[in-house]
Design a protein around this ligand. Structure first.
Ligand code: ASP
Ligand code: MG
Length: 245
């Protein structure tokens, strides 16, 4: 059983949370013996912080340099989570987008994935590593670092699930799945247990920030069932698939 899990920045906000997450992943690995790929976003609001820094030194930074800058956030998360996994005695390794074989076009800050060569990832999984991948980033055929648009770690997770033919793709964020409306604004909003790709695409395109739009599009195209849940309450989530009941 091969499972891809993605964790957002709020699950990795500080060292304590990183350790809690590592413990959870290590326990799951021990119990279920899954092959596991973990895709991570940057810690907390790192990406916004980096973008603010860039605007303080340049009013119109070159897009290529923005990618050089904002791709660093995910690399920090991947290496720290891997270290925490190692401290729990797990065999784990972190990979950048490039090391995971993610090739994109050269549309900086909003690049599209052209292909994935999962050879190295597969070998590492066969050696029973938990493979932690820096989300949101790839590389062009000219070795330029690219990023996949805001929220792009979701896309990394779905694309790797497709390339590896994963049995499950789970996206853990700071919301408990998908609601009929924003629960912060509409108190009687209900959490949906299931929702179709089509309905999810509608929600994403009107700005519900649960999942990146492109990630849902790719999931639909390849019929990857996506399970979206809160990293703090993994049991209550929403399954996004081809039909809604
Ligand atoms: N860290 C990036 C962003 O904030 C990618 C992601 O979170 O998925 O957009
Ligand atoms: Mg982020």
């Amino acid at each position: 059983m091969l499972i891809v899990q993605k964790y957002g920045g709020s699950s990795l906000r500080n060292p304590e949370r990183i350790k809690v997450l590592a413990k959870r992943i290590a326990t799951l690995k021990e119990r279920k013996k899954y092959s596991m790929v973990i895709v991570v976003s940057a810690l907390g609001d790192t990406t916004d912080r980096l973008l603010r820094l860039s605007s303080q030194v340049c009013s119109d930074p070159p897009q290529r340099e923005l990618d050089m800058l904002i791709s660093t956030g995910e690399q920090i998360s991947a290496s720290l989570l891997t270290m925490a996994l190692c401290s729990f005695g797990k065999r784990a390794i972190s990979l950048t987008g490039r090391q995971s074989g993610i090739i994109t076009d050269n549309f900086h800050t909003r690049a599209r994935i052209l292909s994935i060569d999962p050879g190295r990832l597969k070998r590492l999984l066969e050696e029973d590593n938990i493979v932690v991948v820096a989300g949101f980033q790839g590389i062009t055929s000219e070795s330029e670092i690219t990023t996949l648009g805001r929220g792009g770690s979701d896309l990394t997770a779905v694309a790797l699930a497709v390339a590896l033919k994963a049995d499950r793709c789970e996206i853990y964020t700071d919301v408990e799945g998908v609601y009929t409306a924003d629960p912060k604004i509409v108190p009687e909003a209900r959490r949906l247990k299931r929702i179709s790709y089509e309905e999810m695409l509608e929600l994403s395109s009107v700005g519900a920030k649960v999942l990146q739009l492109r990630a849902v599009e790719m999931a639909e195209k390849h019929n990857v069932h996506l399970y979206v849940a809160s990293s703090f309450n993994p049991k209550r989530g929403t399954l996004i698939s081809g039909r809604n009941r």
